[in-house]
Design a protein around this ligand. Structure first.
Ligand SMILES: Cc1cc2nc3c(=O)[nH]c(=O)nc-3n(C[C@H](O)[C@H](O)[C@H](O)COP(=O)(O)O)c2cc1C
Length: 164
């Protein structure tokens, strides 16, 4: 049975996710980043995460080499999500960033920041699966997540549970 790409996109969009901005530095040291919802925890021991990046992504090489950072967006960062999916030369203009321990630009207001070195890269169709070994973590548990569902931004209706 062949799968129609439109239906595939539509059905997969029914899987609610958080939203991240994945950041790194390119070969010249300039900050790079893009909005990514294909992010997941992969392994606890050792701590590994993964992000799936389109093979056509301009700054793919920076993430294939690493290091990189995953900025998990809070509900008040929808503008950053839109910004980092828009024109590349505007992404870091007037956006507050600091430098993470691994040298990557990070968005300090994020709900969580996960710094990684690139562990490995696995080809997956038209995307690359970038596997990151986690080198540093920080979290702002009082913040609420930005949610992406059915091609639109959403927020949690109820307060999230307390986490330790
Ligand atoms: C909510 C949202 C989620 C996205 N998730 C991904 C993703 O998981 N992987 C990806 O490669 N692009 C994703 N994109 C698209 C990129 O952010 C966007 O296409 C970007 O412009 C591509 O990179 P480039 O312009 O740096 O080449 C997403 C965009 C949005 C708005």
């Amino acid at each position: 049975m062949s799968v129609d790409p439109h239906s595939f996109r539509n059905v997969m969009g029914r899987f609610a996710s958080g939203v991240t901005v994945v950041t790194a530095r390119n070969a010249t040291g300039a900050p790079v980043g893009l909005t990514v919802s294909a992010f997941a925890s992969l392994s606890l021991d050792p701590p590994l995460i993964l992000v799936c990046l389109n093979k056509g992504c301009h700054d793919l090489a920076a993430f294939q080499t690493g290091p990189f950072a995953v900025n998990v967006l809070s509900e008040d960062q929808e503008a950053q999500s839109r910004r980092f999916a828009g024109p590349r030369d505007e992404r870091f203009v007037d956006v507050e960033t600091t430098t993470g321990g691994n040298g990557c630009p990070v968005l300090p207001d994020s709900l969580a920041i996960i710094e990684c070195r690139t562990d490995s890269v696995v080809a997956g169709g038209d995307h690359d699966i970038i596997i990151g070994a986690v080198t540093s973590l920080r979290c702002r548990p009082e913040k609420r997540p930005l949610i992406y569902f059915a091609s639109g931004y959403n927020r949690l209706a109820e307060a999230p549970p307390e986490v330790g």
